[in-house]
Structures are given as C-alpha cells and as structure tokens.
Design a protein around this ligand. Structure first.
Ligand SMILES: NC(=O)C1=CN([C@@H]2O[C@H](COP(=O)(O)OP(=O)(O)OC[C@H]3O[C@@H](n4cnc5c(N)ncnc54)[C@H](OP(=O)(O)O)[C@@H]3O)[C@@H](O)[C@H]2O)[C@@H](O)CC1
Ligand SMILES: Nc1ncnc2c1ncn2[C@@H]1O[C@H](COP(=O)(O)OP(=O)(O)O)[C@@H](O)[C@H]1O
Length: 275
C-alpha cells in the first residue's frame, strides 16, 4: 500500500459480521442507459458488488434488457418504462447510482428527481450532472446531505460555472454547501467535500486512471459503500483511495474493466491490517 499513514476511514469500513446476510450487507441499484449504452452501468454495478454490496440490481430501459441480461451473472436486472416504475423498482434499495451513460434527456432529469424522494441515497454522475447544466437548482433542490455528486472538471463547470476559478478545494467546498450534498471533484488530486464543511484531498492518485469508464467504476464503488451504510463522505473518501490503489497495483495497460477485478487484493490488504 502507498503512504505511511493508513487512511482514517478504515475504522468505519463495513466489513461483514458473522450474522449478516446479503440483504443486510446492502442493496445497490444502478440505472443503465439505452441498449447501445449499457457498459457504464455494468462497470458501476460490478464495482459495487466487488466492494461488498450484498445485492446489486441494474435498472434499465426495456430495450436494454436483452443486452444486459446476456452480460451479467450475479448482478440482477429489472426493466422500467417510466419514472414511477423506476421508483417502484428501487423500493428497498439502500443506494442508487444514476448518470453513467444515462443520456442527456428530459427522462434522465425526471428519473433523478423521482429517485431523490425515495429512501435510497443517490450517487449522481456523468450525464446525471450534465443534464442539469443551466438548471442546477433542479438537481440541488431534491438532494439530501447523504447524496453524492461525482463531477470531473468539465461536469463541475456545467453545474458551478463560477467556482472553478476558485482553488479546487475551496471550489468543491462551496459546491457541496450549495448542492447540500457531498461533492467529489475528480482529477489527479480528487477533492471530497461535504455540506457540513469537511474537506479531504486524496493523495494516492495515478494517471493510469485516465482511461474511459474509470469514473463509472468509482461511482459504483461509492454507491456500494453507501449501500452498506457507510457515511457518504467516508464512503467517497474510501472509494477514491481504494480505486487509485487498485489502479496503482495494475499499472500500465489498465482499462476500467480491470479495476473491479483488482479490488479483492486491495481489500484483502486492508482487511489484513484491520484484523
Ligand atoms: N463504457 C461506457 O459506456 C462509457 C460511457 N461513458 C459515458 O459517455 C458519456 C460522455 O462522457 P464524457 O465524460 O466523455 O463526456 P462529457 O462530460 O459529456 O464531455 C467531455 C468533455 O468535457 C470536457 N472535460 C473537461 N474536463 C474534463 C475531464 N477532467 N475529464 C473529461 N472531460 C473533461 C472535455 O472537453 P475538452 O477539454 O476536450 O474541451 C471533454 O471533451 C457519459 O454518458 C459517460 O457516462 C463514459 O463514462 C466512458 C465509458
Ligand atoms: N491524471 C490523472 N491522475 C489521477 N487520476 C485521474 C487522472 N485522470 C483521471 N483520473 C481519475 O480517473 C477517473 C475518471 O473519471 P471520469 O472522467 O468520470 O471518466 P469516465 O466518465 O470515462 O468514467 C476519476 O476517478 C479521476 O479522478
């Protein structure tokens, strides 16, 4: 492992107890895009499962069901055809990831606003952020403090056009206050900020992560920890650190698909330090 100090979120990491079962470990939902854009959701779902959510289900538009069904095993699948049907399919979910390859459509906005009133904590990423460009309050007004936004710099600028001139730390802190949710401003030194003023800067980033789909994996990892009821700020810090650690362990040639498969060895090292 990199660094001499072990990260301080490890004491609240959700290792399974002897009496647990899969539903008790946490239920994660991941909303997929249309039939030609299902890869991002599958990456996020696999990452959520690898990081310990006990049950992971992809929610998809009806046209995407056949594509996804042939590409998943442990991950379950429910098609939905309206915001109401999505809410129904998410009943009992502890956390839901929405946005990766969701599409820049009115439907994506409606799905996010509908999910926000369920009991599930939300991770909003990618198109789920961009689709609120010009109407950020349409997103912020429905978020809770335990929801998480995961913008890269381009997405951050679309929601907070005045804040990137500020230093990244200050900008992310103000963004979290404005959104009323945790903000993960991704990049070489990812900044994690909570609406209560907590701010952390991740120190183990690696440029091997600069490849398509790694952000989708990160969203799934954060959602997977939130599904296990880890505090959202700690879940985001832990996921960002573990994600980079998995990439460092792989090195040259890394593609997004490799990250969930590296997680067991990163988690095993962390588990060994803890027990
Ligand atoms: N397997 C799959 O199915 C995958 C599906 N994916 C899905 O694809 C969709 C598009 O996602 P996206 O992130 O490529 O595009 P988007 O944000 O619309 O615009 C990109 C523009 O933003 C700017 N930009 C500025 N800073 C930036 C930064 N730090 N990182 C990146 N961009 C930055 C930059 O502008 P430039 O700097 O070039 O002027 C750039 O041209 C989305 O639905 C996503 O979920 C992907 O997740 C991959 C795997
Ligand atoms: N140069 C870099 N150094 C460290 N981490 C990086 C670098 N470039 C990208 N990353 C990380 O890779 C991930 C990319 O996420 P994102 O831009 O959302 O990609 P995608 O939409 O293709 O999934 C983020 O976690 C980001 O912090």
């Amino acid at each position: 492992m990199t660094g001499t100090l072990l990260p301080d979120w490890r004491d609240s990491f959700p290792w399974p107890g002897a009496e647990t079962h899969k539903h008790a470990r946490g239920r994660l939902g991941v909303v997929s895009g249309k039939a030609t854009q299902t890869g991002a959701a599958r990456l996020a779902a696999r990452a959520g499962l690898r990081i310990g959510a006990g049950v992971v289900r992809i929610l998809c538009p009806p046209d995407a069901a056949a594509v996804i069904a042939s590409a998943v095993e442990a991950i379950m699948l429910t098609p939905f055809g309206s915001p109401e049907a999505l809410v129904e399919a998410c009943e009992g979910m502890d956390a839901v990831v929405i946005g990766p390859a969701a599409g820049l459509t009115e439907a994506t906005r409606a799905h996010i606003r509908a999910l926000a009133v369920t009991g599930a904590a939300l991770v909003v990423d990618a198109d789920g952020l961009t689709v609120f460009e010009g109407w950020p309050e349409g997103l912020f007004e429905v978020l809770d403090r335990d929801d998480v936004l995961t913008p890269h710099e381009g997405e951050f600028k679309r929601l907070f056009p005045d804040l990137l001139e500020t230093a990244r730390e200050g900008g992310a802190a103000e963004a979290a206050r404005r959104a009323g949710a945790v903000v993960v401003l991704k990049g070489p030194a990812t900044v994690i900020a909570a609406p209560d003023g907590r701010v952390a800067v991740n120190d183990n980033g690696t440029p091997w992560l600069a490849t398509a789909g790694t952000g989708d994996v990160l969203a799934g990892m954060i959602g997977g920890l939130m599904a296990q009821r880890m505090d959202s700020f700690d879940a985001a810090r832990a996921a960002v650190w573990l994600h980079a650690e998995a990439a460092r362990g792989f090195g040259p040639g890394l593609i997004a698909e490799d990250l969930p498969e590296r997680l067991p060895s990163v988690l095993a090292a962390l588990y060994g330090e803890h027990h």
